[in-house]
Ligand binder design. Structure first.
Ligand SMILES: [Zn+2]
Length: 139
């Protein structure tokens, strides 16, 4: 172990560099751990179901513990969803899944994008509105 020392008030203190590097384990949100698996199952099932309208291809599906987003789609086609997707109504969850699915084709929020969303969720405007009252926003 590499050590160095410090002198504080005339006393010699050894300080372990190794020890200094050790970070406190990150506190995991217990709800995240609890719902992550269910969220993953739900998202994967619904992605397959809705993909009959689209026939797109995606990469990895990751469930995250995010404070401000319901979901996101990377340029590489990986999809991320908030674990809280299992804590909202099925209709809201479906909308979020369809929303991210449609970003695989339209990487923006233009009219074409919303037309795609409407194919699977015709009343997406209402669902979207209902999600706004929630503290999270759909990214
Ligand atoms: Zn979006």
């Amino acid at each position: 172990m590499t050590r160095f020392f410090k002198i504080i008030n005339g006393r010699l203190y050894y300080v372990s560099r190794v020890k200094r590097k050790i970070k406190k384990p990150k506190r995991r949100n217990p709800n995240y751990l609890k719902y992550k698996k269910d969220a993953e199952t739900l998202v994967k099932e619904r992605l397959e179901y809705f993909n009959q309208f689209y026939d797109y291809k995606w990469g990895r599906v990751t469930i995250r513990n995010q404070k401000t987003r319901w979901g996101s789609c990377s340029k590489k086609g990986n999809l991320n969803f908030n674990y809280k997707i299992v804590l909202i109504t099925p209709k809201q969850a479906d909308y979020i899944i369809v929303h991210e699915l449609c970003h695989l084709k339209e990487f923006n929020h233009g009219q074409e994008f919303w037309n795609l969303v409407a194919k699977a969720v015709p009343d997406y405007k209402e669902v979207r509105h209902s999600l706004r009252t929630n503290s999270l926003k759909l990214g």
